[in-house]
Design a protein around this ligand. Sequence first.
Ligand code: S3P
Length: 171
Amino acid sequence: MNIILIGFMGSGKSAVGHELAQELGLHYVDTDEIIAKTEKMSINDIFSQKGEAHFRYLETEVVKTLQDYENFVIATGGGMVLRPENVKMLKEIGPLVLLWAEPEVIFNRIKHEEHRPLLRVADPLAEIKVILGRRVQIYREAADHVVDTSKLSVKEVVHQVIEHVEKNNHE
Ligand code: S3P
């Protein structure tokens, strides 16, 4: 069994993913970490030196390699589901759980962080609203299940995901 976490930056994919993996005895992997490791470059450097389009290409290449993963919680970069081909391949290996959060919540979670190239702008909250607005439909259509994390602790989100997975008995 695999569980794939999708959603915007700061929606809690990494914090929830680590804890979820621990609770279920699964491995944890993050597609951004795979990319940074194989390219030997930070995500910021890939964006600034090679451009976003190249980063999106690398994301699709990573998804192809995930096809033989078994027993993983897979946290994906916030733009992973923008390409329908990525969504299609991800759905073959497990359910896609969308971690949702309101823009203000996302802003509060990420405001002291530096590693997200798309949010290194003068007014990150406005940028979050713009990008999220553009993506909301795509996230929701890709998702097999949605958890609104805005008012929940990491533990509560983890338990909601587990409840959903057990109910649907995803193998
Ligand atoms: C991106 C999200 C980031 C990372 C890259 C682009 C996006 O991942 O893949 O900066 O387009 O939303 P996180 O969601 O893990 O921050």
